[in-house]
Ligand binder design. Sequence first.
Ligand SMILES: NC(=O)C1=CN([C@@H]2O[C@H](COP(=O)(O)OP(=O)(O)OC[C@H]3O[C@@H](n4cnc5c(N)ncnc54)[C@H](OP(=O)(O)O)[C@@H]3O)[C@@H](O)[C@H]2O)C=CC1
Ligand SMILES: O=CC(=O)O
Length: 293
Amino acid sequence: MEIEIGFLGLGIMGKAMSLNLLRHGFKVTVWNRTLSKCEELVEHGASIGETPAAVVKKCKYTIAMLSNPSAALSVVFEKDGVLEQICEGKGYIDMSTVGADTSSKISEAIAEKGGQFLEAPVSGSKKPAEDGQLVILAAGEKVLYEKAIPAFGVMGKKSFYLGQVGNGAKMKLVVNMVMGSMMNAFSEGLVLADSSGLSQQTLLDVLELGAIANPMFKMKGPTMIKNSYPPAFPLKHQQKDMRLALALGDENAVSMPIAAAANEVFKKARSLGFGDQDFSAVHEAVKATNPST
Ligand SMILES: NC(=O)C1=CN([C@@H]2O[C@H](COP(=O)(O)OP(=O)(O)OC[C@H]3O[C@@H](n4cnc5c(N)ncnc54)[C@H](OP(=O)(O)O)[C@@H]3O)[C@@H](O)[C@H]2O)C=CC1
Ligand SMILES: O=CC(=O)O
């Protein structure tokens, strides 16, 4: 993408992704609902757009990275939204994690205005976003995908083109359903080790050397055993992904008792006030059901 890129949503992920674009020489115009969050990006060379519509008016391509389906829809459909300025020759790339239905609604509305749409949710958290190491799961207009490759190359280590709109959203939800279930099993393992008189650190060392070693256990384990959950992937977003993945299972008559149980524990963690902490704070809900730990 040789032309100015718009970026809507400067949360944990959007900030890191837009900073990467700026660092690699892209011209970027940013917008965030809480406009003050744009200031740090301006220090790194970004311009500010006052509304999503103003960003789309200025930029040929606009990327969004928003919290959930209702945020993704409101930025497109509400007053001063993307739809007011999208038109032939412009592209909109939504990288938020949403369901296929949300993506399709946005895609259809943008196509009606003559614009192009790509969904491109990502796998990878705060650190991969900062390091330009995301895995990008794109689907929609192939022509727009090809135009986006230079920007995707800066934000990610690998991009997949998955075909029609909805396939990117579904792939992301399947991945995060597995991740949320794994996190619950991991937390139960830590609690079981502790309750049965084993060292949790030794459990981490054993897991790291065996067939189920993985970056998530390695990164989150040491902080979990210290009851510390600095937010990289907020728990409220992981629970949203479990909810959306379970809805996808519902649509396809796929029974997912493990994911359903994991979702209940994430809900419990939210009710205990851990929604804005990292999703590894589900450990607090697991511990709460095992009060001797
Ligand atoms: N964090 C992670 O590890 C990963 C997250 N994701 C997904 O990426 C997306 C963003 O995640 P993350 O950056 O962590 O989330 P954050 O909660 O840090 O940021 C959310 C962003 O959405 C904006 N927003 C929320 N509601 C609205 C609304 N109604 N209208 C307009 N803007 C709104 C927020 O604006 P404001 O600043 O004003 O609140 C903020 O810019 C989510 O879909 C998440 O599931 C995907 C992979 C990894
Ligand atoms: O969606 C979260 C992630 O780590 O990927």
